[in-house]
Design a protein around this ligand. Structure first.
Ligand code: SAM
Ligand code: CA
Length: 245
């Protein structure tokens, strides 16, 4: 009979080279320089460089994730979308550039100032007309939306990149608002790698604070029969949820 240790070992990944894929900063740099930066639209480059000078630049979506979102939205022919957590708008611009001319993004953030920092770049790119920005906490807006049946199943894609302690509250509402077959993307689900950190690991205060919420979210998504999921190690981890019922 297999011992506990053997059982644990056999459930671990066995794939040769699995972990080595992104084992170095040089490899990440290679991805950026070989396939991301050369194809990055001028406006996204400008917004990325502008954001890099901002004191909270750690919050921005990375260029490789921006490229991923842009392609994903085109693949699913997204038209009606939502974004919770805008900051200076890098993922918003990646989305706006991917949508058709009559595509829409309902974008929410408690901070309008940072959105307005990036807005001139979005306007210059000719995609600002697709965006409806709402300043304020997202949850009450979602509550109002859920009350109105015409919003049910109205969204092709929803990107959640805001307060991690509310992700499960968002999920309860968003599952009603995304269409069957549509996608919700929850960002930062690997949370700086802290999801596998030992309890006594030295973590930055905000990383430690949100870690348990991210762990709880990941468990809840994995157990939710209304969605299919796929956790991708892009950026800080993004979990795609496809609504199936
Ligand atoms: N997606 C953005 C990008 O590509 O640059 C990054 C978003 S940043 C990681 C998180 C954002 O969530 C911040 O701009 C913050 O103001 C916003 N936020 C925090 N709590 C929020 C809430 N309750 N409702 C809406 N936005 C919120
Ligand atoms: Ca993020």
């Amino acid at each position: 009979m297999a011992t506990n240790v053997e059982q644990q070992q056999s459930s671990r990944h066995q794939e040769v080279g699995h972990k080595s894929l992104l084992q170095s900063d040089a490899l990440y740099q290679y991805i950026l320089e070989t396939s991301v930066y050369p194809r990055e639209p001028e406006a996204m480059k400008e917004l990325r460089e502008l954001t890099a000078k901002h004191p909270w630049n750690i919050m921005t979506t990375s260029a490789d994730e921006g490229q991923f979102l842009n392609m994903l939205l085109k693949l699913i022919n997204a038209k009606n979308t939502m974004e919770i957590g805008v900051y200076t708008g890098y993922s918003l611009l990646a989305t706006a550039l991917a949508l058709p001319e009559d595509g829409k993004i309902l974008a929410m953030d408690i901070n309008r100032e940072n959105y307005e920092l990036g807005l001139p770049v979005i306007q210059k790119a000719g995609v600002a007309h697709k965006i409806e920005f709402k300043e304020g906490p997202a949850l009450p807006v979602l509550d109002l939306m859920v009350e109105d049946a015409k919003n049910h199943g109205a969204y092709d894609f929803i990107f959640v990149d805001a307060d991690k302690d509310n992700y499960l509250n968002y999920h309860k509402r968003l599952i009603e608002l995304v269409k069957v077959g549509g996608l919700i993307g929850y960002d930062n689900t690997l949370w700086n790698g802290s999801v596998v950190a030992p309890p006594d690991a030295p973590l930055r205060k905000y990383v430690r604070y949100y870690r348990d919420f991210v762990l709880e979210l990941n468990k809840a998504l994995a157990a939710d029969p209304r969605i299919e999921i796929c956790m991708l190690p892009v950026g800080d981890g993004i979990t795609l949820c496809r609504r199936v019922s």
